[in-house]
Design a protein around this ligand. Structure first.
Ligand SMILES: Cc1cc2nc3c(=O)[nH]c(=O)nc-3n(C[C@H](O)[C@H](O)[C@H](O)COP(=O)(O)O)c2cc1C
Length: 305
């Protein structure tokens, strides 16, 4: 059998395979380029970028928990200008679409960052992070209601033609109504899930382990929740979905695609094994070949069929 076709499209973004990396777990690619050619990825999704630099939360910001980790980085980043002038030139040398994760404290900030990136060479898509649980202002405040998410997406849609991917939070009662609102407001695609709000306590010191007290839970512990949400949302909307949450190996990735994800993102898995994303690409190809499937798109949403 000839090699299976791994290519997928997320809006106007053409990915040579369905695997990207989850924002915030891959920096801006510089450190990871020591491990493999970044051009092997289907896309690179970079760390959250805001209009002005953000300093993030106090330390400690991460803690390991059974089957996952809690983080409360607080979206530390050097801001839009530093991204465009210092990080993007490095990424432009690779044959890979770049998706920028956008964060803001106001609708204006989301729109302004998106407008500038829309005119910047080498940016292929925007992932609107309206789901970060670790900052006090903005962000999840928009993502936890259909009205809030629609307001941000509409404002961004008006200022750019770039492919818009809205990243959904699992910390909501009804993810489907929020997904629908994002699509109706003009989102070309959805990504899910962001982290789940959690707490860890040190019983000997009788203290919270994170300075921020609460943090976002990621890793294998969240996978069943992420799969459930991807499956629910895939039934309800007609746009591409990037699924993530606890993907550590190719079989996890295949499960997400069977549930309805057109592409997947590897997050916490990068910390455990820096080669995880490329091993997952190879593993998906082997899975398809051994199941005699010629095109990865054939497995999308195929659970139970
Ligand atoms: C250390 C860390 C930093 C993160 N930073 C961001 C971020 O800047 N923007 C964002 O949308 N999500 C961020 N996330 C969430 C991930 O992109 C992803 O949605 C989540 O971790 C679930 O996937 P996983 O279980 O494979 O890690 C971060 C996660 C971690 C662990």
């Amino acid at each position: 059998m000839t090699k299976p076709d791994l290519s997928v499209n997320i809006g106007k973004i053409k990915m040579k395979n369905p695997v990207t990396v989850a924002s915030g777990t891959f920096g801006f690619g510089q450190e990871m380029a020591d491990f493999y050619d970044l051009g092997r990825l289907g896309a690179i999704t970079v760390k959250g970028t805001s209009l002005e630099p953000w300093s993030g939360n106090d330390y400690p910001r991460t803690v390991e928990t059974p089957s996952g980790m809690l983080n409360a980085i607080g979206l530390q980043n050097d801001g839009l200008d530093a991204f465009v002038n210092e990080k993007l030139p490095f990424l432009r040398q690779f044959d890979v679409p770049v998706i920028v994760n956008v964060v803001g404290q106001s609708v204006y900030e989301y729109a302004r960052v998106s407008e500038v990136l829309g005119k910047t060479e080498g940016v292929h898509g925007l992932e609107l992070n309206v789901s970060c649980p670790n900052v006090k202002k903005g962000c999840l405040a928009f993502g936890n209601s259909p009205e809030g998410i629609a307001e941000v997406v509409k404002a961004v849609r008006e200022v750019t033609d770039l492919t818009l991917i809205t990243k959904l939070s699992p910390n909501v009662t009804d993810v489907v109504s929020i997904a629908k609102a994002a699509v109706e407001a003009g989102s070309d695609a959805l990504s899910l899930i962001n982290t789940l709000l959690g707490v860890a306590i040190d019983p000997w010191r009788k203290k919270f382990r994170l300075a921020n007290i609460t943090g976002g839970l990621s890793g294998p512990a969240v996978k069943p929740i992420a799969l459930r949400m991807v499956w629910q949302v895939a039934q309800a909307v007609d746009v591409p979905i990037i699924g993530m949450g606890g993907i550590m190996n190719e079989m996890d990735a295949v499960e997400f695609m069977l549930a309805g994800a057109d592409a997947v993102a590897v997050g916490t898995g990068n910390f455990v094994n820096p080669m995880a994303a490329v091993e997952i690409i190879d593993g998906i190809e082997e899975y398809l070949a051994s199941a005699n499937i010629s095109d990865v798109k054939q497995i999308v949403g195929a659970v139970g069929k």
